[in-house]
Design a protein around this ligand. Sequence first.
Ligand code: NAP
Length: 275
Amino acid sequence: MIGRAASYGVEVVGVSREEVDLEDCAGIRQVIEKAEVDLVVNAAGYTAVDKAESEEELALRINGIAPGVMAQACAARGLPFIHVSTDYVFDGSGEKPWSEDEKPNPINAYGRTKLAGEAGLREGRNCLLRVSWVFSARGQNFVRTVLRLGSERRQLSIVEDQVGRPTYAGDLAEFILATAPRWSGAPAGDPAFGIVHFANEGAVSWKGFAEAILQEAGMDTPVVGIPTSAYPTAAKRPANSVLSTEKLERVFGFKPRHWRAGLAETIEIMRQAAA
Ligand SMILES: NC(=O)c1ccc[n+]([C@@H]2O[C@H](COP(=O)([O-])OP(=O)(O)OC[C@H]3O[C@@H](n4cnc5c(N)ncnc54)[C@H](OP(=O)(O)O)[C@@H]3O)[C@@H](O)[C@H]2O)c1
């Protein structure tokens, strides 16, 4: 986000884990009390979905308690608070895209802790951005894993009965930067606050996503589709993770581009970094 901020006329101040640990509520309050900013964004969290099954208390402190502390500290200073949550608050049933007013029913520990965090910021000048299947050129994510495995193995077996909308982190960052002035000026009750689903256009299975990643990178490793039951994990995953972005388009006039465009940008950034 910092790299993209200048073109929006926004200055972003990052806060590292060394400056504040999200398990430290007093530390969180102190950082927000002192910050010279117009709004606060939290994209940090406990994200190890499988490990959370055995570390739910730790995940709950980071995902469940810290966001409410941030929201309160922001409210005390009259600052809007933007928090990133997840499609994993839903149980994945049915085939319809999930809208903001549907009832969450998480099926794993990670989803439960993220839902607990949402409860702390339902009121006031808070925007809860639920995103799904996030990828970028950096960090640990599906795109980077598929490229690594695609170069190591003769064939990949990827789950094909889970469907979602991949989200390019660069597009999410640009949406937040473009919307920052609106959030800063909007009063409580404005539709820019509350829950908003954000994902790129296009629903796909993990198998279809993997095929597109390899194709975009010019690799011909074959991909075989497998059912979830053939790839057991500690945490259950929702079968239908498709988020509806109707509200995003209606309230913000923001129509997300197709995830393939974000994927092409991601692969290009990786190519340039490797050159
Ligand atoms: N990735 C997805 O597909 C996806 C899907 C839906 C929603 N989300 C949500 O999107 C947000 C970002 O996800 P991501 O995939 O970018 O996660 P990520 O790569 O795992 O990054 C999480 C960040 O949180 C920091 N963090 C973790 N525990 C902390 C603590 N106790 N104190 C301070 N910082 C801490 C990590 O710091 P270190 O680097 O030092 O560990 C890391 O910088 C999360 O809220 C996640 O729930 C992600």
